[in-house]
Design a protein around this ligand. Structure first.
Ligand code: SF4
Length: 286
């Protein structure tokens, strides 16, 4: 059996930098606080909690003078303003590519366009993008796009981790509704690259493993994309969930992971697969 591992599986640079900053700040300040989990991965969150990076519900729960870390996927303007007004020690781990989406959506609003954000309702990144403008419309599915009214000028951005397919379908529908439409493709390049590597691997391999928490929208999307190409695609959060029968008669196994999956879990899965019968060799996929 041969293992093919997606070259860029796991943490994107935005998540990696944010997690590193949380460790560094906790080390320097004793502890650091965050409004929600830094990544959608329970193992990472528990490890961080042990070294003093704590999750709180509101800014008022942060002890005096202690740092508050704003996570990679961005923070709403209300929360930013409140933290500034309170004179809090803000550690900004917002990914530069998320900041770019904030700038693009504000520019589209200045052009007098009706703002549409293609993304998941209630997702922190989408909440942060929506807070940059006055009356955004959030569209998560083609069905929701069908229900939009006709409009003269539309400006569209997407959540950074959307699939190209979902965005394309929604844009096609909005084209029938808007006279003057401007779309800025804000799916980030690590997401595009991961999705492309996953598609290639799912088509080449007999079995496909996607490692990521079931709370991670990005990992679930990767699993969905894989299933569309290979019925023997499985999402697991760690090596313990793998069932050896999945590999019956398999000659090639592809492995990738969502942007919130740490390297240690990917390595565990690779090691587990290597214990299965007859591994010939392992190679990285470009
Ligand atoms: S998924 Fe993309 S936009 Fe989001 S943190 Fe990672 S690199 Fe940044």
């Amino acid at each position: 059996m041969k293992l093919l591992i997606a070259k860029d599986s796991g943490y994107c640079f935005g998540v990696r930098d944010a997690v590193d900053l949380a460790y560094k700040t906790a080390e320097e300040s004793g502890d650091v606080y965050m409004l929600g989990n830094i990544v959608h991965n329970e193992i990472v969150v528990n490890d961080l909690d042990k070294i003093g990076a704590k999750v709180v519900r509101t800014l008022d729960d942060v002890p005096d003078k202690k740092p508050i870390l704003f996570r990679a996927h961005g923070t709403s303007t209300d929360v930013w303003n409140k933290a500034k007004d309170k004179g809090m020690n803000i550690i900004d781990a917002t990914c530069p590519l998320v900041k770019e989406i904030h700038n693009e959506v504000k520019a589209l609003e200045l052009e007098g366009r009706c703002i549409i954000i293609i993304g998941d309702h209630g997702h922190d990144e989408v909440i942060g993008i929506a807070s940059q403008v006055k009356k955004p419309i959030i569209v998560s599915s083609p069905e929701e796009a069908q229900n939009l009214r006709k409009m003269k000028k539309a400006g569209i951005v997407s959540q950074s981790t959307q699939t190209i397919e979902n965005v394309q379908t929604i844009i096609n529908i909005i084209m029938t509704k808007a006279f003057d439409l401007r779309f800025v493709n804000t799916i980030c390049f690590p997401t595009k690259r991961n999705q492309q590597q996953l598609k290639d691997l799912s088509e080449r391999c007999d079995v496909m493993l996607i490692i990521g928490s079931f709370t991670s929208a990005n990992s679930k999307r990767l699993h969905q994309l894989a299933l569309e190409r290979n019925k023997k695609s499985y999402q697991v959060t760690c090596a313990d969930e793998i069932e050896s029968e999945w590999f019956n008669n398999a000659e090639t196994v592809g492995i990738t992971a969502g942007a919130s999956t740490p390297d240690s879990i990917i390595q565990d899965v690779v090691r587990y697969c290597e214990t299965l019968t007859n591994i010939q060799n392992e190679e990285s996929h470009v």
